[in-house]
Design a protein. Structure first.
Length: 215
């Protein structure tokens, strides 16, 4: 079956991820609408949202380093791919928006563009996926995990008063309630157990022997 190139072009244009194609010198030749709209959204227009920009020369300019803090590494990897010394490059990066104080996270992938029926590298394909939502979930999860304090190992407890030595607090001896509050997320409500009621309030202990109702 004969392949219709227009279908491939339409598919690329419809993707919800940013795509750009460069020539063998690193100059952007084609971009899809998502790339252009994302550049405009991030305030990178009018330079970043159209073909003609040479990525290598652009990132060599110190004035543009804010867009790519690891520019030297990226340029090196881009050259390696164009020269055939590397077949894949992936990098997570973020852009901080000064006006909204928002941070946008991306996953960048770069692969060589190889001509059909040939091993010649004619450029690279850059793909950027907006992973901000997933990154926020990840950061929230890391924060939650860091706040979870668990008790492990042997706990030194006084055989007489039952206080516990808190190794996280200069070996201070805490009562059990204080120790658990400091080292876990437990909260306490106070009640009196039946045995203590019998010892402390014997005149009320007879109620403990009454049959309990299941209703």
């Amino acid at each position: 079956m004969t392949q219709d190139p227009s279908l491939w072009i339409a598919a690329v244009q419809s993707l919800n991820q940013c795509l750009a194609i460069t020539d063998s010198q690193g100059t952007i030749q084609h971009i899809n609408p998502t790339w252009a709209s994302k550049a405009a959204q991030l305030g990178l227009s009018p330079v970043w949202d159209r073909p003609g920009i040479n990525l290598i020369e652009f990132l060599k300019n110190p004035d543009n380093r804010a867009m790519c803090p690891n520019a030297p590494m990226f340029i090196s990897q881009l050259n390696n791919i164009l020269q055939g010394d590397c077949s894949f490059y992936s990098k997570e990066f973020h852009i901080h928006l000064s006006l909204s104080q928002e941070t946008i996270w991306f996953q960048l992938e770069v692969i060589p563009l190889i001509e059909q029926h040939s091993s010649q590298i004619s450029g690279v394909v850059l793909s950027c996926i907006d992973m901000t939502r997933h990154k926020r979930y990840e950061l929230q999860l890391v924060e939650i995990i860091s706040e979870i304090r668990t008790l492990r190992g042997l706990l030194p407890i006084c055989a007489v008063c039952k206080r516990i030595k808190n190794r996280n607090d200069n070996n201070h001896w805490d009562d059990i309630e204080s120790f658990l509050i400091k080292n876990t997320h437990a909260e306490f409500t106070h009640d009196i157990c039946p045995d203590c009621i019998r010892v402390l309030y014997p005149k009320y202990s007879s109620s403990l022997d009454l049959p309990t109702s299941n209703e």
